[in-house]
Design a protein around this ligand. Structure first.
Ligand code: AMP
Ligand code: MG
Length: 424
């Protein structure tokens, strides 16, 4: 029997441990800026928004119809004198006994009125000198009235510090009169890809590709993902697989970026220079996670040139395989970038969904399988789960988070993360 030399190495860090590690290191961007609410989509509030008014400001009608006093309508077919007309944006005057006000959606309820009858339940008679309306229903107290403050009360925190603004939040901010918001400065991220095999689309046509060359796909989705996560991106292009070149780019980028994000070059090959370069210029706090795809994920920091006054940038190195790069971005980089902007709850939370597939041979690592929801609401599996097959990510609309070594049978409930939430 051959001698088995089992190389003992410490077990890889789990994804949760890695996330703890990454979050422990986050220094929230301290600079804030005031931006027009119109331009604040995707920005993170540096200050809570407190309402100085009630929304709606007054009780108002939620229907086109007649504002009435319920006590006047005790008998069916009662007639009321229509003594005023209140369109939205105008105010009426107090309603006396036996009177109704013609009212429109959004118009303030006049004093004395305590319900609105919709116009479909009312018959107007314009022949008398003061028109009259007969009401065919017995209204209940308060019907079709939107109450002052039912949306927002004065003094309420409408949007808390650390909220990432989305279109609905912009509308809510506007509803309390906020035209400018204080937000956290966008994180500045330097991005580069490594790999001598990489060629840019447009530089070389598909017919002219030399053997061994591939197009740089990671650069395209990583840049777009960074922008969606609210970052200012400095795209440094492709850095050759040389230690010196890698050192120089890292050192320069550390002077004015919060994060340096790379793809490729963090495995164990001789051509993988990113890891040693980071170790030479700063520190690698974490390298390799027990997950599939995405094992070669690196995290640490890089110091700038001392002549630049010794600045420091966070460093995240993603694997070169496109699917690994995509998945580690979503599970580690995006939460980190949100935390950097002061967003509180950044860990992705899964949904429980039923699998519509069998997965008999799980990896021993925690695995993220590209799947798509079908019409029945269960999940179909992309047949090729290789970390190089980017088609799986485009076809899929999310990933199943499968614990290590756990086979899946059709009908099993699994943890599912929809991509849609990660692309916001
Ligand atoms: P690496 O992590 O550098 O060892 O790369 C792993 C695999 O991913 C190799 O097959 C690379 O050719 C491929 N790869 C690396 N970077 C990219 C990129 N930017 N776009 C597409 N494929 C890449
Ligand atoms: Mg490489």
């Amino acid at each position: 029997m051959a001698t088995d030399i089992v190389q003992k190495r410490p077990p890889l860090m789990s994804l949760d441990e890695a996330l703890d590690f990454v979050f422990k290191d986050v220094a929230v961007v301290a600079e804030h800026e005031s931006v027009p609410t119109f331009e604040a989509d995707g920005r993170v509030l540096a200050q809570s928004l407190v309402s100085q008014l009630q929304v709606p400001p007054q009780d108002n009608s939620s229907m086109d119809g007649y504002a009435i006093r319920v006590e006047d309508l005790t008998s069916a077919g009662a007639r009321l004198k229509v003594t005023q007309r209140i369109p939205a944006g105008h105010t009426g005057h107090a309603l006396s006994a036996g009177e109704a006000a013609r009212i429109f959606t959004g118009a303030p309820i006049p004093a004395g009125a305590n319900a609105v009858v919709m116009q479909e339940d009312a018959q107007l008679d314009s022949s008398p000198s003061t028109p009259e309306v007969s009401i065919s229903v017995t209204p209940s107290l308060g019907q079709w009235i939107r109450r002052s403050g039912e949306d927002v009360t004065r003094g309420a925190v409408v949007l808390a510090k650390g909220t990432r603004l989305d279109p609905a939040a912009l509308g809510l901010a506007a509803s309390i009169g906020v035209a400018q918001v204080n937000v956290v400065r966008r994180p500045r991220v330097a991005l580069f890809s490594t790999g001598d095999e990489l060629v840019m689309p447009g530089d070389v046509s598909p017919q002219d590709m030399r053997p061994g060359a591939i197009y740089n796909s990671n650069r395209f989705f990583l840049r777009a993902l960074l922008v969606r996560a609210g970052c200012d991106v400095t795209d440094l292009g492709i850095v050759p697989d040389h230690l010196d070149a890698t050192l120089q780019v890292l050192k320069d980028a550390a002077t004015d970026h919060d994060l340096i994000l790379t793809s490729g070059g963090v495995s164990v090959g001789e051509e993988d220079h990113v890891k040693p370069a980071v170790e030479a210029l700063g520190r690698l706090n974490l390298w390799q996670i027990s997950m599939k795809p995405g094992k070669p994920f690196a995290f640490g920091f890089v110091n700038s040139d001392t002549s630049q006054g010794q600045k420091k940038a966070h460093f995240m190195g993603l694997p070169g395989n496109p699917v690994s790069s995509f998945v580690t971005f979503q599970l580690l980089v995006r939460p980190f970038l949100l935390a950097l902007q002061g967003v509180a709850a950044v860990r992705p939370a899964p949904y429980r969904v039923q699998a519509n597939f069998d997965f008999a041979k799980p990896d021993k690592r925690r695995e993220f399988l590209r799947v798509k929801r079908n019409q029945q609401g269960s999940l179909d599996l992309f047949p090729n789960q290789s970390s190089g097959v980017l088609t799986s990510v485009v076809w899929g609309d999310g990933v199943v988070d499968n614990p290590g070594a756990q086979p899946i049978q059709s009908g099993d409930w699994v943890d599912f993360y929809p991509f849609a939430e990660w692309l916001q």
